[in-house]
Write a protein that binds this ligand. Sequence first.
Ligand code: MG
Length: 283
Amino acid sequence: MTAMNDKWPIGVFASIDAGLGVRLEVAHELGVPTIHLHTPHVGSRTPQRAAEFSKRLAELGIRTTCVFAGFEGESYADIPTVNMTVGLVPRETRAARTAELKAIADFARTLNVDVVGVHLGFVPHDSSDRDYRQLLDLTRDVCDHCKRNRQALHLETGQEPVDVLIQFLNDVGRDNLFVNFDPANMILYGAGEPLPALEALGSRVRSVHCKDATWSDRPGETWGREVPLGEGDVDFAAFLKTLKRIGYDGPLTIEREIPQEPERQKAEIGGAIELLQRLKSKM
Ligand code: MG
């Protein structure tokens, strides 16, 4: 088993009951020491379930490095639908989801997890926009809540170009606000070349998703295509070199949404792990 204090431990995106990501049994069988956890449904966010889940993870030798928030009603069907349904951006659900995000942070605390991840949604590019200013206030509020929990908040990348993201981070102005860098999202959303973005974000990157994708022929209008690691337009050798340059040594968390069929997951996630291990050993 991999030591917990290794540089770049492998991770996978997994769930307790959301039916997403990699099954825990598969992660265990593949020797994966860390996970990002999709937040469970509200009914499962109880102290009792948290205790059961923590016990199970301890038995499997797996550590949760981030709890990723998700909300009822979000859909990633296409880019306009993401714009209307994902994160704290949609106005109708903004207040309720902000409250729920804090509850998710509290649940993460009961799991003894110090990091909460979230897709904010499409942050407006114009910083004088009323929605932009409201999102700043809500993000500060959530950061301050996380701070009281001794937690950091990580924003998922990809839905905006890196300069907009950096401006937003600066404008929020909280020292526990960081970035979960997902190179494939930059490509899927047509938000710019991932590696220069990673370099520009530098030490703000405190977690990553290892996911691959190919560009759309109409970037920003239609989705690119998510593909198995190593088959897309993300250059993972260069990705690791850039991570090294910016001083990142946290987990390499593989994200791949495929059906929860153990054999298929074992083959695909196993392939991704092999690729990352091979690249790591060359560095
Ligand atoms: Mg991701």
